[in-house]
Design a protein around this ligand. Structure first.
Ligand SMILES: [Zn+2]
Length: 169
């Protein structure tokens, strides 16, 4: 995996890097692009095109900024109060719509597994995945949460997103 820092705009001053990774599944010279935050070990976006990777990382950062501003305005909310529906099982067909946060994470991930790109169903079986696991002090901020299919969720375990993505070829 090769990386180079990104400067300017929403990316700030080199805090985030554009990484390229060989993608053997798509042929010898194919690469996949990622925007990562190396210090935290988090992955902002994964795409087959560089511009696409940058664009969705930008979108994510802007959305996270907006979310942070909203959270700051609320007086020290408890996580349980904010998102009490987190651990509910997926809704059955015809049941009430998916909880708001689940839907937000689903939309931010473009309805796909963040890691392998599998198309997910909003009210189907998928996981809210901590890019940086709670075990490693990962928090519940929007940027740390992505949608993941069951098999990626199980396979990732307590690794950081960056460690896990590096094993996906
Ligand atoms: Zn997956």
């Amino acid at each position: 995996m090769r990386t180079r820092p990104i400067f300017g705009g929403v990316f700030g001053n080199g805090r985030y890097c554009l990484a390229t990774m060989a993608c053997i599944a798509r042929g010898l010279h194919a690469v996949r692009y990622m925007v990562i935050e190396p210090r935290a070990g988090s992955v902002l976006s994964v795409a087959e095109e560089k511009t696409e990777a940058l664009q969705s990382a930008r979108r994510l950062l802007r959305a996270t900024e907006a979310l942070t501003r909203i959270e700051e305005r609320q007086a020290k909310p408890q996580q349980e109060q904010l998102w009490p529906e987190d651990d509910l099982p997926p809704a059955a067909p015809g049941a009430k719509p998916a909880p708001r946060r689940r839907r937000e994470i689903f939309e931010r991930s473009n309805g796909r597994c963040f890691y392998c790109g599998t198309v997910l169903q909003l009210d189907g079986k998928w996981h809210i995945e901590h890019q940086i696991p709670r075990a490693l002090d990962g928090d519940d901020s929007g940027i740390n949460l992505v949608a993941a299919c069951t098999s990626c969720n199980l396979a990732k375990s307590d690794r950081t997103a960056l460690e896990f993505v590096a094993t996906l070829q």
